[in-house]
Design a protein around this ligand. Structure first.
Ligand code: GLU
Length: 423
């Protein structure tokens, strides 16, 4: 194994990903000869996105679309609007999509895009102009058979609708399959909005059964109360768990008896954050990590669980709703302490799995009921976590490394069988 001593809390997202790849390499046999293919993106596009603001001024934003690997099919992955987006982050996020689609055995490669912008600071009209110009700039590399964007942090179904409309306008006909996560009446899929949170819950239940953790009365803490965190929190509370702590960009709140999650969802919709929610105690940002909990769900951004926080965390199980929330050094600490980490590449794969169903439905112009979607989703997620669990037992490795073993075998076999052009 390569020297991992460079892995520390200063590690950026791409380095975190590379360290994860270094960890899986010794398990890959002859396929290891192809591993360098995963250590660089296949294609990266940086675009300038100029827009006219409502006050008549012109502002420029930097946008990206990275296709990390296309060995198994078209690129797939979300579009992030966030002020910290940069090429390094988008590269890492695209690589995690390559692994994620392969763990679930979806016929896609991995891609990701983003714009370095704070969407909260734009009006709806500005957001639409930004989205339409960004879509135009990346349109040479996207398409239903090429690369299919979807929502991520800071984007939503409306934005996907604008992307679909822009691409379609340029092609002279409606191309629903160019993006997923669209509004349902524009070719979106039932169940897509809640799919990622549902997947976190479904994989979490399976993992809890394996380690003998009862959900009834278990204490859950959630970081991030967006699309993923709020649905996962809701499903756990419905299953009898107590959601005792929630942290988001507005603050950290605590209630030892557990929150009424439905009421919290309504509050967040109105107030755009959890701070000030009734029947909650405001706690310090760092004290959040010391809350007594059984299950921790990071569902915000990457790089949250440092080795120091990992040592303090009382959770028996970490369910990675976010992409890349755990530093490799913290992963080691959690493993040593016997904490079960269900890694992002399987835990939050519910979103891209229903994106796949959406794409299939768009291709067939035939739509399934929400029950059919959820049933198929649960089946794929349970199968995937079972396979990952079995591999981790067979190889005596973490669930993350096990997931990477399964994924890298699939990707690198495809790489090997396709051969290197021109040969
Ligand atoms: N942005 C989501 C993810 O990180 C969904 C991607 C998709 O649906 O293509 O998995």
């Amino acid at each position: 194994m390569s020297n991992l001593s460079y892995v520390n809390e200063n590690t950026d997202a791409w380095q975190t990903y590379l360290a994860q790849i270094d960890r899986v390499a010794p398990y890959l046999g002859d396929l290891k000869n192809y591993i360098d293919t995963l250590k660089r993106p296949k294609r990266a596009l940086i675009v300038d996105v100029p827009i006219v603001m409502d006050d008549g001024s012109i502002q420029h934003f930097e946008g990206y679309r990275v296709q990390h690997n296309l060995s198994r099919g078209p690129g797939k992955g979300g579009i992030r609007y966030h002020p910290d987006v940069d090429l390094n982050e988008v590269m890492a996020l695209s690589a995690w999509m390559t692994i994620k689609t392969a763990v679930l055995n979806l016929p896609f490669g991995g891609a990701k895009g983003g714009v370095r912008v704070d969407p909260r600071k734009l009006s709806t009209r500005e957001l639409e102009r930004l989205t339409r110009r960004f879509t135009t700039e990346i349109s040479p590399v996207i398409g239903p058979q090429q690369d299919i964007p979807a929502p991520d942090v800071g984007t939503n179904p409306n934005i996907m609708g604008w992307m679909m409309d822009t691409y379609s306008t340029q092609h002279g006909h409606t191309v629903t399959g160019v993006v997923t996560g669209k509004p349902v009446h524009l070719g979106g899929s039932l169940g897509r909005v809640r799919a990622t949170g549902r997947g976190v819950f479904v994989t979490g239940l399976q993992a809890a059964k394996k380690i003998g953790l009862s959900i009834e009365n278990s204490k859950v803490a959630v970081q991030g109360f967006g699309n993923v965190g709020n649905e996962a929190a809701y499903l756990f509370s419905q299953a009898g768990a107590k959601v005792v702590a929630v942290q988001d960009h507005t603050g950290s709140i605590f209630n030892a008896d557990g929150f009424d999650v439905k009421a919290l969802q309504n509050y967040v919709e109105q107030h755009h954050g959890v701070a000030g929610f009734e029947n909650s105690q405001k706690i310090d940002k760092e004290a959040f990590w010391d809350v007594e909990m059984d299950i921790f769900i990071p569902a915000a951004l990457e790089g949250q669980i440092t080795v120091e926080r990992a040592e303090r965390l009382s959770a028996k199980m970490v369910l990675e709703g976010a992409n890349g929330p755990t530093y490799p050094s913290a992963d080691d600490a959690l493993l040593r302490r016997g904490v079960t980490v269900v890694p992002d590449v399987i835990c939050n794969a519910g979103g891209v799995t229903v994106s796949y169903f959406e794409w299939v439905q768009d291709m067939a112009s035939y739509f399934w009921s929400e029950d059919e979607i959820n049933e198929r989703l649960d089946k794929l997620m349970i199968q995937a976590i079972e396979d990952v669990w079995k591999t981790s037992e067979e190889k005596s490795c973490s669930l993350r490394t096990a997931a990477y073993i399964l994924a890298c075998e699939r990707i690198l076999k495809a790489r090997k069988e396709r051969g290197i052009f021109p040969g």
